[in-house]
Design a protein around this ligand. Sequence first.
Ligand SMILES: Cc1cc2nc3c(=O)[nH]c(=O)nc-3n(C[C@H](O)[C@H](O)[C@H](O)COP(=O)(O)O)c2cc1C
Length: 350
Amino acid sequence: MKKAFIHYFTGTGNTKHAAKILADELNKSQYLVTVINIAEKDSWLKKIEPNCLQVFLYPVYAFVYPKPMLDYIKKLPRGQNNKTAIIANHGMVSDKGGLHTGYEGAGPFFLKRILSKKNYSVFYTDKVGYPENLTVLAPAIDQESQKKVIQNADQLMREKASKILQEKPSFQKYSIFIVIVSYLLGLLYLTIGSKTIGKLFLIDNDCNSCKVCLKSCPTGAIKFFKQKPYWSLKCSGCLRCFNICPKFSINISIIRVVMLILISVLIIPLTVMWYLWVEKNLSLAGVEGLSFIIKSGFFRVTFGIFIYGLLSFVALLMIDKILLLIERIPFLKQLVGFTYSKKFKRYFFS
Ligand SMILES: Cc1cc2nc3c(=O)[nH]c(=O)nc-3n(C[C@H](O)[C@H](O)[C@H](O)COP(=O)(O)O)c2cc1C
């Protein structure tokens, strides 16, 4: 009997469900399927058996993938030229004009490169759209639309399963523009964005310390202090906590967002200054061999974003501490308590 492994990460359940649909289809075709939630066990394989199919399924975050998925793939043992498929699960959004598809970015392109270097033979990359869970920005789509989107996506997953079974090469195509945008957005999200989301949260008085958020967090990023949750840097930004909270107590603090935007703007000149300083000091130190790398546009942009992310992150941590102090002053506490998201409908696959 042929074997297949489906590796998935999920925030709000869509990708878990998609993995199940795929597993059922492969099972029907006499495959022995192991479905792996990468957040639960990551040392499952000592070695990859030859001839077993590998499928990676992930929810799209900022045009790329969740950090745990990237880390997991990097940690995988070398493949044995295994046939491998990658499917990006993006969101479907709605407005008055109807349902619209989100965008999956070039995540499969980057993962294909990493996996190929590790001797996995990626023959298939694709995408599928389940309901949007980015409910910190807009309410979840209504139940009726959710049902339609899920039905449609399930059907697409079945079709993808049959294509995977045929083992015929098929790849998503990405323009160079999309690859660059995804790279830059992804870099920002993976380095600071995901860790920042938790620092923008505000816990209101409806929180009854049920700890559902803590118990369900896939990366163990949530801790409790004085009966209220707070987020450590392990946060992957999956928004499970935000969407699952039975009291809608986890919200976005407007003042924290405003401060984040202010810092983001203020840090631009600082980044430029620091970058110029580093560039000057490296050439003064006579690191000649590196100068052609340092002067390349790609390095400048990547390094610039890295420095920018780092400075924003440090500033954000400082602001977090300052706001925690401000919250102790009753009048100012109200100011910190303003939010826009309390009434937003949340999303969890059901
Ligand atoms: C932080 C974050 C960023 C996201 N970025 C994108 C995106 O760039 N494009 C997109 O189409 N959907 C995006 N989404 C939506 C999810 O990819 C989508 O709803 C997915 O189906 C969620 O799967 P899950 O339930 O398995 O977590 C994002 C969601 C989150 C939480």
